[in-house]
Every structure is written in structure tokens, then in C-alpha cells.
Write a protein of this length. Structure first.
Length: 577
């Protein structure tokens, strides 16, 4: 650098100076400069105008010299170290290094300066080396760029604390706007600090380390907490769909390995070793799988309960576990098809939809955050079956009509979350104002369908109320038939489709042969009379079981709301439906 004195009239503060904005605080250096002048050279670089220079570092000394000049004293020129022209990154670094050495700037000021350095071509690693920071420290500072400007402003003014702002860096812009709305409303609770983290993740945050499945195949979003050591699943519903499938696969592998029983505890229920006793597989030992509320899975092999151990010790017979009538994949298949059928009918019943929306708004539900029903299938075959169903085609047609009415992207996968205007709820409200009541209700019906929970008691209540007929929208396919492995259930299905006499005649046949007969009846091939309206009892409204063993979730759910279903519909709703 070249050192020389430059006329104070030819100096201006550069935009690259990290403290270029705002008034300079010169109170503590003014007496010294008034007494001895400016001793430490300012760092400057040539400006566009001839003979003029921009101050990169030394703004306070410059303003102190100006103040003394206005008093009628001081120097006409100041000592300056002249940098090469045009290197904004180097200028920023020089300004930052000097200011950091003098006074630690706030995190938002560091973010603004680091961001400008990145735009000038510096990498986080370069910045870290220059300022003696770790790369993680630099990335943490740059993470503030994910915040809305207003949140950064609140943080800079001290209106929100460090823990709150750091958790907000994990949130999407939409969630940040939701949080600001809570902050502005004095009547509602606004989560801060660690409570904010739970609010962002819809409950307990789930770390990546909890996954039982292969992360390489996970399609959901994972966010990194740059202020901690962990990464988290952004969408708990997507995580639980993958985790539940992985737990079922693990349980099945244990059964295949010869364990007589695998017990999966309800989520949050712990396995207590003091309530169990070790027991080898050959003597009836079981596998217990416990799942924590944060997704962690613990597998305990070779145990029986103390009660069972005492029975064995007394020579008493231990009750054998009853295998459920349907497997988890079958239940998943049934739930998704029935869900698709109900929401397709619901989309055509705006009066019911409006009342359901009000009920959600008042009482809340597991989907009213608002989150979209993911329709996570246990296998590709189930997914293809549901996607190709008549119900999904009907609902998709109504969804596209709603997208068109709202002016959303016609290829958007959902109406829910499809608004991308900058004014949030207010902007969408203005867009809805010119629409007729009928158009708004039709849009609401689609949104309710997208946020209607699959496998819930609402499906059991709405199906009969809407008159949903599964036979009109569903046909038996290989996806379901291939999953029916239970011999007793397959016998009943064969009797359902082909008649009791055919089922009795093929009692000793293999499952493959029985499924072939069912397929022939459904397609009318190989001389079989075609059956066009068969629906498994589990899928009908109301549902029923084939055996006395139980384990059919649709039947259990229908039973829990039987008394509700007995109430008569109000007259206006019957006419609307």
C-alpha cells in the first residue's frame, strides 16, 4: 500500500465500510484527536472521481477530524494507506478486521458483511481463515440470511433473544411469517426459545440419528442446525411414515428369523427390563420393540413378561398370541382407498365441508396445522393402485378446477400451500374476495380433502353420511390380492367372490390357486362368471371383519363412533349432500 496525506475534502466513506450506515460514535476518540491529531492512517482506495478516495476503514477518525475542522482547528489532510481500486472483497475484509479488533459487531452486522464477501467471491472457508474463525462459525452467521428482514431487525434491536433467532433459522419463510403473526397478536401465545423449536417441528424435534431406515432413500427434507451438532427431519409426518415402515420390516425380519412373537409398543411406551425376564428363542422368548416420541427405536430380543415367566415356572400353558386378521400393508391399502373415496365424495358436498372446516378450526386435529395428508403408501404397488383409482381421478379434476379459480400454478400438486404471494394470508384473502360463495366453498372442499386424515374415525363417520359406495369407485386388483396371505381370510374372500361351494371345493388348494380363482372371477376369465361389485368387508361402509380374531382397524374405528353415526343429520345437510 502507498502511504500519503490526502486532503480531507477529497475523502468520503466507502459503501464497503462495514459501519458505513448510521452516525459514527466519536465521543471516546475526539479528545485524543483534538490533542494529537490522527496518528493511525485511514485505509482508503481511489474513487471514480479524480483525486477522490473512499474510506474503507477509519470512519470514526475521519468524522472526528471533520468535527475538529468545523471547530476551526485540526488538519487539512489526513494520513492514509491507499489500497488498489475495485477490490470490494479486500476492502470489506480490511474494514471488518479493523472494526472487529476495535469492537465486536453484532451478528446481524457480521452477516451483512460476510454476505457481501460471499457475493464478492469469498468462500466460508476463506472468510474463516481471514478472521481467525472456524468455518462453522461463519456458516452460523450466514444462516441468519434465512431470516426475514423484520426478524433480523427485531434481533438487532434486542427484541428477541439469541435462542429464538437461532431456531428461526431452521424455519421456512412461511413459518417465519406465521411466527411473526403470533408475535403481533397480544391475545395468543408466541413460542420462543426452546419452545419455538417444538412449535417448528410440530412437537418433539426428531434427529436424523433416530432413523431406522436408510437415509439415502428418504425423500423428505432434512434441516441442519448450524448452532448445534444435529440434523433434523423437517416434516414429522414424512419421517413417521418411513420409520413405521422400517419398524414393520424389522419386526417381519425377526419373525422370519424364528422368534415366536414380536411386540411393538405404542409410541412413547417404554420397555422396562425389571418387568421382564430373559428367555431364549427356543423356549418362547419374544422380541420387544419400543419407539420413543422423538423417533428413537430400541429392540429387545429374548424376553418374556414376569407373569409369563411365572406361568412357565408353574408348568401352566402360556396363551399364544392371536395374529391380526389383516397385515399392516393390507390395512394401509384399505385405509388409503377408503380415504380416496370419501374425500372424492366430500369434494362434491360443500355444505358438509364448510361445517367440517369450522369443526377443525374450533377443535383442531392432527392435520390442522395446516398440513397436507401425504398418503404415504407401504409399497409401490399400493401407491400405484391408489393413484390409478377412479376416486383419485375425480378428486384431481376438482383440484385442477380449484387451482384455475384461484389463479394458482395449474401443475401445483395441491391447493393447500399453493399461494406464493408476498402478502401471505392477507394477499390470498384479497384474491378470494371477488369469488362467489359457491366458488369459495368448492375451493374449501378441495382443501379439506387434502387435509383429511387417512385412517381416521372421520372416514368412518363421513363415508356413510356421504353415501360413499366403494363398489362404484374400486375394483379388486393384484396389489390387494397379493397381500392376502392368511389362509382363513383367503378362504372367506374366495367364498365372497366365487361362492361358498367353490371355496369349500378348494379348501385344500394352495393360496396361489385360490388367488388365481379370485382373479378369474374378477376379470371373467377361464370360464368364470365376472364379478363386478365385490368389495372386501374391511373396505365397505360400514366395515366388517371376516373372522372373530379382530385386528381390523377400520372395524375398531367404526365401533368407537357408532353412537355418533346414530345421530340424525340436520335437514339442510341432507339436502346439500
Amino acid at each position: 500500500m502507498e502511504l500519503k496525506h490526502i486532503d480531507i475534502a477529497n475523502l468520503t466513506v466507502s459503501a464497503a465500510n462495514m459501519r458505513a450506515k448510521g452516525a459514527a460514535d466519536i465521543a471516546n476518540i475526539l479528545p485524543s484527536i483534538r490533542a494529537r491529531g490522527v496518528l493511525v492512517p485511514l485505509i482508503v482506495r481511489p474513487a471514480e472521481a479524480e483525486d477522490r478516495f473512499e474510506i474503507v476503514a477509519g470512519k470514526r477518525r475521519y468524522h472526528a477530524a471533520l468535527a475538529i475542522a468545523e471547530e476551526g482547528g485540526g488538519e487539512d489532510s489526513l494520513p492514509c494507506a491507499i489500497m488498489a481500486a475495485g477490490d470490494d472483497a479486500a476492502a470489506l475484509e480490511a474494514s471488518l478486521i479493523e472494526n472487529v479488533a476495535r469492537l465486536d459487531p453484532d451478528e446481524v452486522t457480521l452477516w451483512e458483511t460476510f454476505t457481501r464477501l460471499v457475493r464478492e467471491g469469498r468462500s466460508p472457508e476463506d472468510i474463516a481463515l481471514t478472521f481467525g474463525l472456524t468455518e462453522l462459525q461463519v456458516k452460523r452467521t450466514l444462516a441468519l440470511g434465512n431470516l426475514l428482514p423484520r426478524i433480523r431487525g427485531l434481533y438487532r434491536k434486542g427484541d428477541i433473544d439469541v435462542a429464538t433467532v437461532r431456531h428461526l433459522t431452521l424455519a421456512s419463510k412461511a413459518r417465519q411469517r406465521e411466527w411473526l403473526a403470533l408475535l403481533d397478536d397480544p391475545e395468543v401465545y408466541c413460542p420462543t426459545g426452546h419452545q419455538l423449536k417444538a412449535w417448528l417441528f410440530g412437537g418433539a424435534s426428531i434427529p436424523v440419528s433416530a432413523a431406522l431406515f436408510d437415509l439415502a432413500n428418504y425423500e423428505g427434507e432434512i434441516v441442519s442446525d448450524l448452532f448445534g451438532e444435529e440434523r433434523y427431519f423437517a416434516d414429522s409426518a414424512t419421517f413417521w411414515a418411513a420409520q413405521t415402515a422400517a419398524i414393520e420390516a424389522k419386526a417381519e425380519s425377526c419373525r422370519e428369523a424364528g422368534w415366536p412373537e414380536v411386540v411393538v409398543f405404542p409410541t412413547g411406551e417404554a420397555f422396562h427390563r425389571w418387568e421382564h425376564e430373559r428367555c431364549p428363542k427356543r423356549k418362547g422368548g419374544k422380541v420387544f420393540i419400543s419407539v420413543g416420541t422423538r423417533g428413537d427405536v430400541a429392540i429387545h430380543e429374548g424376553y418374556v413378561s414376569l407373569k409369563e415367566a411365572r406361568k412357565c415356572g408353574r408348568g401352566e400353558a402360556v396363551e399364544k398370541p392371536v395374529r391380526p386378521e389383516v397385515s399392516n400393508p393390507i390395512q394401509n391399502y384399505v385405509d388409503l382407498h377408503r380415504h380416496a373415496a370419501v374425500r372424492a365424495d366430500l369434494a362434491g358436498s360443500p355444505a358438509l365441508t364448510l361445517r367440517l372446516m369450522v369443526a377443525h378450526a374450533i377443535a383442531g386435529s392432527s392435520l390442522w396445522n395446516v398440513r397436507i395428508e401425504a398418503q404415504r403408501a407401504a409399497s409401490d404397488a399400493i401407491a400405484e393402485s391408489v393413484e390409478g383409482s377412479t376416486s383419485e381421478a375425480v378428486f384431481d379434476e376438482k383440484r385442477r378446477a380449484a387451482l384455475a379459480v384461484l389463479g394458482f400454478d395449474p401443475e401445483a400438486p395441491t391447493v393447500t400451500g399453493g399461494y406464493d404471494g408476498e402478502h401471505g394470508v392477507a394477499g390470498l384473502f384479497v384474491r378470494l374476495l371477488p369469488l362467489s360463495d359457491a366458488q369459495v366453498l368448492e375451493v374449501a372442499a378441495v382443501v379439506i380433502g387434502e387435509t383429511l386424515e387417512a385412517g381416521s374415525t372421520l372416514i368412518e363417520l363421513l363415508g356413510p353420511m356421504l353415501g360413499t359406495d366403494m363398489a362404484k369407485v374400486w375394483q379388486g386388483d393384484d396389489a390387494l390380492l397379493d397381500m392376502i396371505r392368511d389362509r382363513e381370510v383367503l378362504h372367506h374372500v374366495l367364498a365372497d367372490v366365487a361362492g361358498e361351494s367353490v371355496a369349500e371345493a378348494n379348501e385344500a388348494a394352495t393360496g396361489k390357486v385360490k388367488r388365481k380363482i379370485v382373479r378369474d372371477c374378477l376379470t371373467g376369465e377361464n370360464g368364470r362368471a365376472k364379478v363386478t361389485s365385490w368389495v372386501p368387508k374391511w373396505m365397505a361402509f360400514p366395515p366388517a371383519a371376516y373372522t372373530e380374531r379382530g385386528g381390523v382397524a377400520t372395524v375398531s374405528r367404526a365401533a368407537t363412533i357408532a353412537e355418533l353415526a346414530a345421530f340424525p343429520e340436520p335437514e339442510p345437510l341432507r339436502h346439500a349432500a
